[in-house]
Design a protein around this ligand. Sequence first.
Ligand code: NAD
Length: 274
Amino acid sequence: MANAYLEGLFGLEGKTAVVTGGGGVLGGKMALALAKAGANIVIWDLTEEIGNRTVTLIKETLGAKAQAVAMAIDCSSDESALAGFKTAHDKFGSVDILINGAGGNRGKSPLTEVDMKTFEFVLKLNLVIGCMVPMKAYTKYCIENKIKGSVLNIASMAAHLALSGVWAYSAAKSAVMNLTKQAACELAPYGIRVNAISPGFFLAEQNKALLVEDEKTGKLTPRGQAVIAHTPFGRFGEAEELQGAILLLVNNSAGSFITGVTLPIDGGYLVSNI
Ligand SMILES: NC(=O)c1ccc[n+]([C@@H]2O[C@H](COP(=O)([O-])OP(=O)(O)OC[C@H]3O[C@@H](n4cnc5c(N)ncnc54)[C@H](O)[C@@H]3O)[C@@H](O)[C@H]2O)c1
């Protein structure tokens, strides 16, 4: 009985999710969480090889019959995103969930020394590639196919607080939070929900260099130490710790009346005080 109750709220049997940047650290673990709840998974990443890391993880965890495929889709292009949703639709019958997991930061610097090429790259990666293009293509697809889809964007602590030195990343992530609200409002009449999460600090390829000085010993950079000191839980997050929140937000049953929120998952980083 309890299982049937939980299955009704959180189960994703027969649903299909596209996870952009799904070959990455957080995208991979979010895809695995949805697969464990029963969803078919379509990983989009820059190459099939990167995406297949997560396909392998899902099949090793759940068995060879788990439905997971990787597609090489560059999320900077409207056309390739629209074509990608069509391919996923043709294979699985519908795409019910989009997780926008592509994104990440590149380094930090004082304002007066910002390298504008890097600034534009990071802005585009997180705002255009990591949110706008896939969200636009997906919701167009949902409206045309009368699907009550669910979008999950990925913001960051940088969307809520001014983190030092990561200018483009902060600008882009605050914009992701803003677009999440706008899209939620506009798309509610179609039954489409749009939410976001703001992960605290989780070690991944894109932020390791900023946070970890020596991978062998685990010695942190001064910035990494400052993050831990500012996190009431006193540690980085583990990617698995995103799963409960995302299963709530993406599910049209458990999350039926939730739209436009950005949920921090941060070990208390945002409520830290003196
Ligand atoms: N790790 C953290 O602490 C943390 C905290 C807050 C927010 N985030 C956000 O979570 C998301 C995932 O980050 P991560 O830490 O897992 O990083 P990651 O670098 O491990 O994963 C990012 C993935 O995006 C893919 N990607 C890059 N450009 C792409 C494109 N044009 N099209 C398709 N895929 C592309 C990369 O190949 C990579 O697999 C990002 O938006 C990041 O900003 C991470």
